[in-house]
Structure formats: structure tokens, C-alpha cells
Design a protein around this ligand. Structure first.
Ligand code: TNX
Length: 537
């Protein structure tokens, strides 16, 4: 081989290492100042420095003990940006241009979910006390990259990162959404997509409203008719179906890898017609527990009304049924909570039922959550009440609270006053982006926020997207960023830059009129940086 050529290629390789080789022919040197990335949720403390880090084509990620999975998430991020990287467990922390450090002692400073992200002109460091914290450092970093990274479509683009230092930790431990899969079914595929979207915005709880009058959506092997019979229904034109236990496990694993815990809800003693239809022997004689008789077995119920079905609370069989269902559900549920519903029902034996159901759930080693009405009863001390209309006088002082107050968080309501297929009962003009963002509270018992989408009128993936996005982004910021640091005008400015990313992720989001969205792009094929990615494989 020609010596001159070897010299030239060696020189070029050295140049590549020193400056940056980006896949394009010419090395690109960042001249202009990059604007700071528009991070959502707004981190607790950010200081931006002048200058940028031009990420080289070849990267090395060094991680310490326990941080391998996080290093793999980071590697996937770089890979989606068209960058090569190797990961290495070398002890020398300065061994690469990317450093991932898990250090338990940082817990004091950062809590269980906080992180430090440091972007300097010679590399990037991510630090946290936990995998969750490091995962969130990666999610923040993801927002430094151009939106096209979501389609893995960045090869041939020079990647420049604005220099800066971020120290971040959430305001609340509960940052959730709820999907009603009973009125209309949304299966494993959509739920995984939803989990991916939540993870980008550092949300960590997904509550599944698995049962209601219209359909039963979780396989309970000891009660086969729940799936054979009760899963067949839905609201008119809605989808029916159910999650098998395998799928439920798969979803939980997928979510847990992304620091999201699934909370299953069996709504009882009301909203229970689908179970009564599958096991009609659970009804009182002459179906007196069904009143008014919107439907009687063996008919399915496809309507929209609530408050007409309940368990026959005098029958011991009711409690046997509840205990068997909860035992199996607890067994297949990885998170610490089971939601018992408990809303919208009147019965002289209601409080007794609540206390018993709560103790059954505790017996199977889970913490009970219920809609706020249940706190009229003497529930257990670690019970969590989910507030939705703020009307209930609770007999338990100091009960922990998840805020889902309908005027701020009911995303089945329209984005705008005139939106079709939207509920109006709580707020007739809908729940605007501003209404969501406006939430704040001073109740020390509030552990966080959760936004439900009920699906009486939400029958397709596109409509579900439209209800959650971008309002769930506002929920994420409320859950993460301390109230004193938040303001709506800053939020919508940052959000305007996320429209492109939401479209790149294939989300049919609603273009809230408060936001200057820039050029509206049609949603791309559903995909994102971590879509279907498993860091353990
Ligand atoms: C109230 S909120 C319900 C649901 C409905 C929803 C419709 C709550 C605990 N119960 O059963 O689907 O309103 O907006």
C-alpha cells in the first residue's frame, strides 16, 4: 500500500478523534451558540454555559458498578442519533467521553428519582443514586437531541449539545395517567406506546381501569367467565377484549424498565355489571342490586350511564368472589398497589364492603387505593385516596391523596369547549391546557397527580392520543417541577418546541390553541427512541 495514503489516513483518523467525525465528509465545528434545549418537565436547577459539545462519531461510555443498564439506555440514545459507542466497566471514571455513575450516597441530595447531568466540552456525565434517576438523566439528554431522533433518523447530522449543568429531582412521587380500558379496550400495543410517551416526560404511574359495567379486561384464571363472557362487551362502537396474564406481565416489565409502575383497578362494589353478567349467581334475588335495570344478564351493557349496578352486598358469595379475584390479581401484580374503585354507589352496606375489600387487599400484601368516596369508611392507615370531585368528608385524618380533581385532570373532557366526543359533566367548556397547568395545592397529604382518560367516547388510538397529548405533558410538569418554578407562559414556549417531537413519535396530539406550534407536521409512523427496546437483552 502506498505510504503516503497510510500517512494521510492516520492523520485523518487522529483528526477525527481530536475534533469530531460525524458521518458527513467534513468535520463540523460548532461556531454559533446553540439555544438551550426546551426541557419538559422543567428541571429543578439548570445552569447553561456558553458553548457546545460536538459529539464525535465514535463514543465510549464508561459506567461504574450497578450502572450497566443505564449505560445501555444511553448507548441506545446515541445509536438512534446515528452515533457509534462502546460501553465499558473500566474503573477509571475518566475512561470515556460519556460517564454513567450510580452512587447510593447521592440519595441524600437527589432522592430516589433525581439525577445530575453535566455536559462539558469534553464529554457528558450522568449521576444518580438509582437506576430511575439515571434513566431520567437519559430522558433529559434525549431532549437535547433534534426531534428526528425519535424516528432514528439522524445519521449525517452533526450532534451538538449545549453545555450546562442540571441537578434535578421531582416535586411529587406520584406522576400518573389512567387509561379506562373497560368502556373501550386499549390493548398491549397501545399501552406500551403510552408507557414510552409517559417515560419521556418522567411520569411513573400507569393506572388501568380494568373493569366496569361494559367489560372486564384482565384474565383471572380461577374465574374463566370473566374473560369468556364479560370481556366481550364495550360501549357502542368501542373495542372489546382483554389482557391475558402473559400480556399483563409483559406490560408491567416493559413499564418497570422505564420506572413506571402499573396499578390495576377492579372497580367495586359499583360499576360491576360485567362481572354480574358473567356470574349471575352473584346477583341478589330478582336482580334487586341492578337498579334501574339498564341491563340484566345475559345481555351486555353498551350504554354510558353510571351508578345502576352493584354487588349484592348481603351475599357471602360476593366476598368469596372478591377474595379470589384479589388473590390472583395480587399474585400477578408487581407493584405495591391495588385500586378498589369504590366510586358512585349508594348502599347501606357500602362502608362495610369498603373496610372488608381494603383488608382483603392488605391481606394479599398490597396497599389499597380507592376513589375518594371510600374514605367515608374507616380504611387502613396506609390507604391512598384518589380525589376526583373533592366532595367527600373523609373519616380518616391524614389519608394520603392522589389528585385527579376533574376540573384540572379529567382529560376525557374536551381540549376546547366545542370538541366532539368529549365529556362535559365536570366542566362544560372542557379542560384546557391552561386549566391543567393551573393546578397547585398546599395539602401536605398530596403525594402527586394523575390524569384519567375515561373512554365512553374515546374509541380509537387517535382519539386517545388527542385526549392525552399535550395535556399529559402539563400533568408531567405539575408532578415534577415545584410550583414556585413553574409558569404557564414559559411552559407553552418550551412546549411549542415539542410539537415536532410528538409528531415524530407518531402521536396524534391536539394542537392546543394556547401554543404557537410552528409548522404542523403529520404524525409519523409510531416509533420513538426506546420503542420496543429492552436494555437487558
Ligand atoms: C365519573 S370519576 C366516573 C367514571 C366515568 C367518568 C366520566 C369516577 C371515579 N367515575 O365512571 O367514566 O365520570 O367522565
Amino acid at each position: 500500500m502506498n505510504l503516503k495514503f497510510i500517512q494521510f489516513s492516520t492523520l485523518a483518523a487522529v483528526f477525527c478523534m481530536l475534533v469530531a467525525c460525524t458521518g458527513t465528509k467534513e468535520p463540523i465545528v460548532a461556531k454559533e451558540e446553540l439555544p438551550a434545549p426546551n426541557i419538559i418537565p422543567l428541571p429543578l436547577n439548570v445552569s447553561w454555559d456558553n458553548g457546545t459539545y460536538l459529539v464525535p462519531q465514535a463514543n465510549k461510555i464508561c459506567y461504574n458498578d450497578g450502572a450497566k443498564t443505564s449505560a445501555v439506555w444511553l448507548q441506545k440514545l446515541l445509536n438512534s442519533a446515528g452515533l457509534n459507542s462502546e460501553i465499558s466497566a473500566e474503573k477509571n471514571s475518566a475512561c470515556g467521553n460519556w460517564t454513567v455513575v450510580k452512587e447510593e450516597s447521592l440519595d441524600l441530595l437527589l432522592g430516589e428519582e433525581g439525577y445530575i447531568l453535566d455536559v462539558r466540552n469534553n464529554g457528558v456525565t450522568l449521576k444518580a443514586a438509582t437506576d430511575a434517576g439515571l434513566f431520567y438523566a437519559v430522558q433529559t439528554l434525549r431532549q437535547f437531541f433534534p426531534a428526528e431522533i425519535e424516528q432514528n433518523n439522524l445519521s449525517n447530522t452533526a450532534i451538538k449539545l449545549r453545555l450546562g449543568h442540571i441537578e434535578d429531582t421531582p416535586q411529587y412521587s406520584w406522576r400518573g395517567t389512567m387509561v379506562d380500558v373497560s368502556r373501550s379496550f386499549f390493548g398491549l400495543e397501545y399501552l406500551k406506546q403510552h408507557v414510552d410517551r409517559m417515560a419521556l416526560y418522567k411520569m411513573n404511574r400507569l393506572h388501568l381501569h380494568l373493569t366496569d359495567d361494559q367489560g372486564w379486561r384482565i384474565e383471572i384464571k380461577s374465574k374463566p367467565k370473566l374473560t369468556k363472557v364479560a370481556s366481550k362487551g364495550s360501549v357502542t362502537d368501542g373495542r372489546s377484549g382483554y389482557l391475558t396474564q402473559e400480556e399483563y406481565k409483559d406490560l408491567q416489565d416493559y413499564a418497570l424498565a422505564r420506572n413506571i409502575i402499573i396499578i390495576p383497578e377492579i372497580d367495586m362494589p359499583g360499576h360491576i355489571y360485567s362481572a354480574l353478567l358473567a356470574y349471575p349467581e352473584l346477583n341478589c334475588s330478582e336482580n334487586t342490586n341492578i337498579n334501574p335495570k339498564k341491563a340484566v344478564p345475559p345481555a351486555l351493557y353498551e350504554g354510558y350511564e353510571v351508578g345502576w349496578s352493584k354487588f349484592c352486598l348481603e351475599k357471602p358469595e360476593t366476598y368469596e368472589f372478591v377474595a379470589e379475584v384479589i388473590e390472583e390479581l395480587a399474585d400477578i401484580t408487581k407493584g405495591p398497589w391495588i385500586h378498589m374503585g369504590g366510586d358512585e354507589i349508594k348502599d347501606p352496606l357500602y362502608k362495610e364492603f369498603v373496610v372488608k375489600a381494603d383488608s382483603i387487599i392488605n391481606f394479599y400484601n398490597k396497599i389499597t387505593i380507592g376513589w375518594e368516596e371510600v374514605t367515608q369508611a374507616k380504611v387502613s392507615e396506609n390507604f391512598i385516596s384518589q380525589v376526583w370531585n373533592g366532595d367527600t368528608e373523609s373519616v380518616i385524618k391524614d389519608v394520603k391523596v392522589i389528585e385527579s380533581i376533574c376540573s384540572n385532570f379529567y382529560l376525557d373532557h374536551g381540549n376546547t369547549p366545542d370538541q366532539e366526543n368529549a365529556a362535559t359533566w365536570c366542566k362544560k367548556d372542557g379542560v384546557s391546557l391552561n386549566d391543567v397547568y393551573d393546578y397547585s395545592n398546599s395539602n401536605p397529604n398530596v403525594i402527586g397527580v394523575e390524569a384519567p382518560v375515561w373512554t365512553e367516547y374515546v374509541l380509537t388510538d387517535e382519539t386517545m392520543d388527542d385526549r392525552f397529548w399535550p395535556r399529559a405533558v402539563a400533568v408531567a410538569e405539575i408532578g415534577w417541577t415545584p410550583d414556585a418554578k413553574r409558569d404557564f407562559s414559559g411552559f407553552i414556549k418550551r412546549l411549542s418546541d415539542h410539537g415536532k417531537r410528538l409528531s415524530q413519535m407518531g402521536i396524534h396530539f391536539f394542537p392546543s390553541p394556547e401554543v404557537k406550534w410552528g409548522d404542523k407536521e403529520d404524525p409519523k409512523e409510531v416509533k420513538s427512541v426506546f420503542y420496543n427496546f429492552d436494555p437487558k437483552k
